[in-house]
Design a protein around this ligand. Structure first.
Ligand SMILES: [Zn+2]
Length: 272
């Protein structure tokens, strides 16, 4: 298997995986979405709420705010020595205390949440929670825990996570007349004329729309894909770096494979 990185930002990664199967790449995708733990608010103690929103709706809105997840600092409550009751190893607290006595209304934002642990804080401080009118107040304590996306979408570290087959555009130079019709038809401008024939650039950006193939009168263009190569895109909600997410997903997959082999061994399948 060969991996080449096309783009790597803090929260976004795009790379090509060559020499892999759909099963493996799809397993990685599914693990990134639903089995890599991240922090999210799981419990809220409402102390004062005179806003227009019910406590339950507020709690739901708070849960959906992406929080930063420190690496290897917290354990999931189900695996904690406290037995899931909640302690500093499995829970991070955040406080919110906004009383509005000014003119007009005041929007309470995610930035108003004050984290006890600065490593578990809202990723963005401009997510609106509720609007308070004059005289209204909102005071609460929120508890964030580790969880996984298959339990609830609030624990999903990915905003976008998808792959596609690596496109392959083959040009038959003997048939190509250099008319340039294909270059003009490509909505992503991936084809260009050079030295009398067509050249393909950034083939990984091809959406397989087949417009070039349709526009090519002499039939010199063939659009297809490589079934063992994939263009993978992953973008996180900001809860962790994209590179951390990919590495963690690979670790989860490895531990699943190890567990599988171990169970086969125990049941006398003769594998090790
Ligand atoms: Zn605990």
């Amino acid at each position: 298997m060969e991996i080449s990185v096309l783009e790597l930002g803090p929260f976004k990664a795009r790379f090509i995986i060559r020499g892999a199967s759909v099963a493996l790449v799809n397993a990685l995708r599914r693990i990134m979405i639903s089995e890599v733990p991240c922090m999210a608010i799981d419990e809220v103690a409402i102390i004062e709420n005179s806003s227009v929103l019910y406590d339950e709706i507020l709690a739901h809105r708070l849960a959906m705010i992406p929080l930063t997840t420190p690496e290897d600092k917290y354990v999931p409550p189900s695996q904690c020595s406290c037995g899931g009751r909640g302690c500093s190893n499995c829970q991070a607290r955040l406080y919110l205390d906004v009383r509005w006595d000014g003119e007009g209304e005041r929007t309470v934002y995610s930035g108003d949440l004050k984290p006890e642990d600065p490593e578990v804080a809202p990723v963005y401080d401009n997510i609106p929670i509720v609007k308070l009118a004059q005289g209204q107040s909102l005071v609460l304590e929120a508890y964030a825990t580790l969880g996984v996306g298959k339990e609830h979408a609030k624990w999903q570290p990915t905003a976008a996570c998808a792959y596609k087959y690596m496109p392959v555009i083959a040009v038959d130079v003997d048939k190509c007349t250099g008319c340039g019709e294909c270059a003009g038809s490509c909505p992503r401008q991936l084809l260009e004329l050079s030295e009398g024939s067509v050249k393909v650039k950034r083939v990984e950006d091809c959406s397989l729309c087949m417009e070039c193939e349709k526009a090519c009168e002499p039939g010199a263009l063939k659009v297809g894909w490589d079934e063992s190569s994939f263009v993978f895109l992953v973008e996180t909600t900001g809860t962790m770096k994209a590179s951390t997410l990919v590495a963690k997903a690979a670790r989860v997959l490895r531990s699943k494979a190890e567990e599988f082999v171990q169970k086969l061994g125990v049941e006398g399948a003769g594998w090790s």
